[in-house]
Design a protein around this ligand. Structure first.
Ligand code: NAD
Length: 489
């Protein structure tokens, strides 16, 4: 059931904004407003932080045994799985993601909670033994965590932050993306049913520059985990400096997919297409620049173009759909402006570039392939975040690496070759936080997730997430007589 009102969740209760203000939320297939969401600002953030701070200072959550918290997390995972179909349907309706892919994201969301339940139970600490002194680490949750998330795969990304924050014993205030608040509106019931104590989990909806900015500048929030655009990340870092907040920044990308002539080209083509056109191309780790060795370049361009032309674009709720509707008309216009820029700058449009036949309205774009793209073109350098891919030829391994590294981003990279030595050489030289060799983006939740250069600061994933949401404190204990210099004796 699609609600007509989407409220905040503060201190265990669904509430409207203090100001009474709301904002419109529309679906991307018809672009008609389907709900009013509470528009949070400083007053609402104040209340949510207060509820989270009380739950942190006096509630059971931070000091509960890890096993007890883990049990609650497992119940959250179970509740997400029970609602898997409903969640996928809401996500598809709100974001335009194809439903088969939204189902996968719902399953991943449950897995995030199950995984961090395991991690926190297995958590152990270092001890440092020396003849005269023993040191041991005491780990404590940092406090109220501010979580700010984007509109692509919203529910999955919210849980990617919520699960480790809650596992660590933090209390949280979540600020979901304003274009896609719908799936987060299921979280209050899920959390309450699972036994998350009042005030531990809070949601404030609203516009980034108001609700998000208020969370970042709040003195009661010692850490912010943010996923979104690089430029927003820069604004957040500046604001967070005032209170010296801990920051985790998962930002934009323009990731290369390097295909050498000796690769399994059938698999490389499948992977390159899936890597950039799944999730509507609205994927931070999309391999949006395909770099192809000259000897196979022409045939790869033809194959990519032919396959792209056959990709099924349409109703996101149809299980046969491969690309759905882009999230918002504003974003659609931005993606289309890149298509126009590609044409204007002389790239060769070999597939897509326009609205598919039979879809006169809604934010639909055919899978778009540009060939002969050069590094000076904007479509090569800037993140488009839609179903648009650039193809560029290279003549040598050195040139491939140089091209791969010639953007400001460094999130992911994909390398296709059957030469083992070259695969490792290239993986070592490509500037990316995450590299896949002969594979598309298959995540292992234990591994560090994040980018270098303009793609991020810090790492989440596995132990890295726990390190972010906790402070490790060292206790030194003298085991015998300590020699102390006797000043003033
Ligand atoms: P965005 O930066 O516009 O918004 C992200 C969130 O930040 C939203 O909740 C928004 O309301 C909030 N926000 C906006 N301005 C703010 C401010 N001044 N202070 C505090 N909060 C503010 O990003 P988006 O358009 O929602 O998402 C797309 C971007 O996210 C792309 O660049 C994509 O690459 C990136 N992304 C990165 C990863 C990653 O893990 N590296 C994952 C997914 C998406």
């Amino acid at each position: 059931m699609i609600p007509e009102k989407i409220l905040h969740f503060i201190g265990g209760r669904q509430v409207p904004s203090v100001s009474g203000r709301t904002f419109d939320v529309a679906d991307p297939v018809t672009n008609t407003v389907y709900a009013q969401a509470a528009a949070g600002d400083l007053d609402d953030v104040d209340k949510a932080v207060e509820a989270a701070a009380v739950a942190f200072a006096t509630g059971p959550w931070p000091s509960m045994a890890a096993r007890a918290r883990a049990k609650v997390l497992v119940r959250i995972a179970d509740a997400i799985e029970v609602r898997g179909e409903e969640l996928a349907a809401l996500e598809t309706f709100d974001t335009g993601l194809p439903v088969t892919q939204a189902r996968g994201q719902a399953a991943r969301a449950a897995e995030n909670f199950r995984f961090f339940a395991d991690v926190i139970v297995a958590q152990h600490e270092d001890a440092f033994s020396a003849p005269a002194q023993l040191g041991y680490v005491v780990r404590r949750p940092v406090g109220v965590a501010g979580l700010i998330t984007p509109w692509n795969t919203p529910f999955m990304l919210e849980t990617w932050k919520l699960a480790p924050a809650l596992a660590s014993g933090c209390t949280v205030v979540l600020k979901p993306a304003e274009w896609t608040p719908l799936s987060a509106s299921l979280l209050p019931d899920i959390m309450t049913e699972a036994g998350v104590p009042e005030g531990v989990f809070n949601v404030v909806h609203g516009i980034g520059e108001q609700a998000g900015a208020a969370l970042v500048s709040h003195r009661g929030v010692p850490l912010i985990s943010f996923t979104g655009e690089t430029t927003t990340g820069q604004i957040i870092m500046r604001s967070a400096a005032t209170h010296l907040k801990g920051l985790s920044m998962e930002l934009g990308g323009k990731s290369p997919c390097i295909i050498f002539a000796d690769a399994d080209l059938d698999l490389a083509v499948d992977s390159a297409l899936f890597g950039v056109f799944s999730l509507n191309g609205e994927r931070c780790t999309a391999g949006s620049r395909i770099l192809a060795e000259r000897s196979v370049y022409d045939s790869l361009v033809s194959r990519l173009a032919e396959r792209a032309a056959r990709i099924r674009v349409g109703d996101p709720s149809d299980p046969a759909t491969e690309i759905g509707a882009l999230v918002h008309p504003e974003h659609y216009e931005r993606v289309m402006s890149y298509v126009r820029a590609g044409v204007a700058e002389g790239a060769r449009l070999v597939a897509g570039g326009a609205r598919p036949a039979g879809l006169p309205s809604g934010n639909f774009l055919s899978a778009t392939v540009f060939a002969d793209v050069t590094p000076s073109m904007r479509i090569f350098r800037e993140e488009i975040f839609g179903p648009v891919v650039c193809v560029t030829p290279f003549d040598s391994e050195e040139e491939a690496i140089a091209l791969a590294n010639s953007t400001r981003y460094g999130l992911a990279a994909y390398i296709w070759t059957s030469d083992l030595r070259r695969a490792h050489r290239a993986a070592g030289l490509v500037e990316s936080g995450m590299t896949w060799v002969n594979s598309h983006n298959v995540r292992d939740l234990r591994t560090p997730f994040g980018g270098i250069k303009a793609s991020g600061v810090g790492r989440e994933g596995g132990q890295h997430s726990i390190d972010f949401y906790t402070e490790s404190r060292i206790v030194h204990v003298a085991l015998g007589d300590t020699h102390v210099p006797r000043f003033g004796a």
